[in-house]
Write a protein that binds this ligand. Structure first.
Ligand code: PDD
Length: 289
């Protein structure tokens, strides 16, 4: 089945315009945030690190006691059909799976359910990426979120309230602190650079195992830069030469100001330039594949 360009959403087996996609008010995603999601960029019609995103989707589903809703091949087919009519333009694909609608509102997990499977795509705004690459400001905040941050859950109230505190202070992101250590951003993973060494916190329940994070580590190592995964104390964060925040939609954001103080010399870092160039080249190689 071919999908027309007005069909920018997929819901439970059907491609349709986003405005026409409707779910029940009894959907457990709506009532309990009982669901998980992914955000996958597509450059020139090619999904970026699709397998890694689908692997994480399936880990998130397992973590909330749900079964995969379709095979990786079926997901690839659905997502490719969504982006195909949009030609070479860069897109961000959002997908969400919830435990579906019950007969009434009941906290207990149903023994049987019909999952709600949803996806939509929207254009990636190149101008906002350009702005980010000139350097962003961030603040630190206590991480008030729950203990299972490794699950890409749609329960994002903690994340969005923290992000809003950053926005209220004219900052782009908040870097979260837990027990004296920096974990991640509200919608991004954290890296610091000290003495030319790249450091990012290890994967554990305090942070989302970011797909961009893994790629940035791979690219840094390939470029001969020393990179390690270890905890970053609050003090190390403030003493860092460079700070970066990474995500699928924002790529590698250089933080040039933290809590109104310059990070390092307050300029874009040399190591950021190197890794960011490697990231762009990696993306470009995908475009021409
Ligand atoms: N968020 N940590 C958190 C809490 C996130 O929400 C995200 C991404 C990341 C980075 O993960 P990745 O590199 O796989 O995108 C880390 C997406 C983009 C979002 O919620 O829109």
């Amino acid at each position: 089945m071919s999908v027309s360009s007005s069909h920018n959403a997929y819901l439970n087996g059907e491609f349709l315009p986003l405005a026409k996609a409707k779910v029940s008010v009894l959907d457990r995603g709506f009532l309990f945030a009982d669901g998980v999601y992914e955000v996958i960029p597509a450059y020139a019609g090619k999904l970026f690190r699709l397998q890694q995103h689908l692997d994480r989707l399936n880990s998130s589903l397992t973590a909330i006691s749900m079964k995969p809703v379709m095979s990786d091949r079926q997901w690839a087919d659905v997502l490719n059909k969504l982006i195909e009519p949009r030609g070479q333009s860069d897109q961000s694909v959002y997908l969400q799976v919830t435990r579906g609608a019950g007969k009434n509102r009941d906290h207990q997990l149903p023994s049987e359910y019909q999952a709600t499977t949803f996806a939509m795509c929207q254009a990636i705004a190149a101008d906002s990426l350009d702005k980010i690459s000139r350097g962003i400001s961030a603040i630190t905040l206590d991480d008030i979120r729950w203990d299972w941050c490794h699950i890409k859950s749609v329960a994002l109230l903690g994340n969005i309230l923290l992000k809003q505190q950053a926005c209220d202070q004219d900052c782009t992101e908040a870097i979260l602190l837990r027990d004296g250590y920096a974990t991640e951003g509200t919608a991004s993973n954290l890296f610091i650079v000290k003495n030319n060494q790249v450091i990012t916190p290890p994967k554990n329940h305090n942070l989302l195992p970011g797909v961009t994070r893994d790629l940035v580590l791979e690219l840094a190592i390939k470029a001969g830069i020393s990179a390690t995964e270890r905890e970053i104390s609050e003090q190390e964060l403030f003493d860092a030469d460079e700070i970066w925040l990474t995500s699928s939609t924002k790529q590698i954001m250089p933080v040039v100001e933290l809590n109104r103080q310059a990070v390092g010399n307050g300029q874009l870092g040399d190591v950021w330039r190197q890794v960011s160039t490697a990231y762009s080249q990696f993306k470009d190689s995908l475009r021409t594949q």
